[in-house]
Design a protein around this ligand. Structure first.
Ligand code: FE2
Ligand code: FE2
Length: 326
């Protein structure tokens, strides 16, 4: 149906060499619930990373597949064949992109890891810790190479919602750990805690998680269960570190005892959790929400500074350069 109006180069996934190209539109039509397909697409995308328009066909907008498509770097998702031509025409009519930004492979890969962890949990399957560790390593590599600001900008440009939040929190936490001079193993530990901190949200109904507005008190109550849910999902995994479990369960605790779920007070809140909480709040503030635009980094930092009594003041001061400069 695309020819002769468009030049088409068909390619079966996993068969033959992918011709490299830097223009046109990449269209992907595959069952994204199959991990083997996802891996094959990831390889293809790495080779075709210069193509800026990536259109994924997802029949009936199956939610987990739509999420997977965006995690792989889709710029758009279509569900019906008849949507394809108008979409291609619109792309062809778009002025040539002057910004030839290429999405870093670390971002594509770590976002895909988040997508598969979340969809596994929604489908009642266990969390793959190796997957979380791999995503964390990639985020660490990316921040080492390109800095935190590039990571924050890319994540906010290409991802949305819970994935965006998890990718941002991990980036901020890793940047924070590097800035205060943590050694490699402590950077990793905080990074993994950040990667998994909101994993319990995978069990929160999507009507609440993706609500396009503020939550009402009953919904807020459900949402507040996510640290305990995450802890329960992780606690029996062999080799999970106690610090990571602590971070997942306690990242909404405040030093003055006003946090949840355990209303801990300062002496019971570990350093790792204190760093994670600061990173989590900062990341949430620089994200746009349906009911408010994203704050600029200085504005977000000002809010952290105003949370005296809840957050550790010297740590918030130490966070200044991460918030404003890094
Ligand atoms: Fe959270
Ligand atoms: Fe969070």
């Amino acid at each position: 149906m695309l020819e002769p109006q468009f030049d088409v180069i068909p390619q079966l996934l996993g068969v033959g060499d992918i011709p490299s190209s830097s223009n046109g539109v990449l269209m992907v039509d595959a069952d994204l619930r199959q991990m083997v397909r996802v891996e094959q697409i990831r390889l293809v995308l790495r080779k075709l990373s210069c193509i800026s328009e990536k259109l994924f066909v997802v029949q009936n907008q199956v939610r987990s597949m739509v999420e997977q498509a965006y995690a792989l770097g889709a710029t758009d998702v279509i569900s019906r064949p008849r949507e394809i031509i108008p979409k291609l025409v619109r792309i062809a009519e778009k002025p040539a992109q002057t910004d030839l930004a290429v999405v870093a492979p670390e971002l594509t890969d770590s976002a895909a890891a988040f997508a598969s962890m979340f969809s596994a949990i929604r489908n009642g399957k266990p969390i793959n810790l190796a997957c979380a560790e791999r995503a964390t390593s990639q985020i660490i590599d990316s921040i080492e190479q390109n800095g935190l600001s590039a990571w924050l900008d890319d994540v906010r440009r290409y991802h949305q919602g819970t994935f965006q939040h998890c990718l941002l929190v991990t980036g901020v936490a890793v940047g924070f750990a590097m800035d205060v001079g943590f050694d490699t193993s402590d950077i990793r530990r905080l990074g993994i805690a950040a990667t998994l901190h909101d994993i319990g949200k995978a069990r929160i109904p999507l009507s609440i998680l993706d609500k396009p507005g503020r939550l009402d008190p009953a919904e807020e109550e459900v949402m507040r269960r996510h640290p305990v849910i995450g802890y329960e999902l992780l606690k029996d995994i062999p080799n999970i570190s106690p610090e990571v479990l602590d971070g997942v369960r306690h990242h909404h605790e405040y030093l003055d005892g006003s946090g949840y779920p355990d209303a801990l007070r300062a002496p019971q809140i570990s350093d790792l959790v204190r760093l994670l909480t600061i990173s989590d709040i900062f990341a949430a503030l620089i994200e746009s929400r349906p009911y408010r635009p994203a704050l600029l980094r200085p504005e977000a930092y000002k809010i952290l500074c105003g949370m005296d009594g809840k957050l550790e003041r010297p740590l918030v001061q130490a966070f200044r350069d991460v918030a404003l400069v890094a």
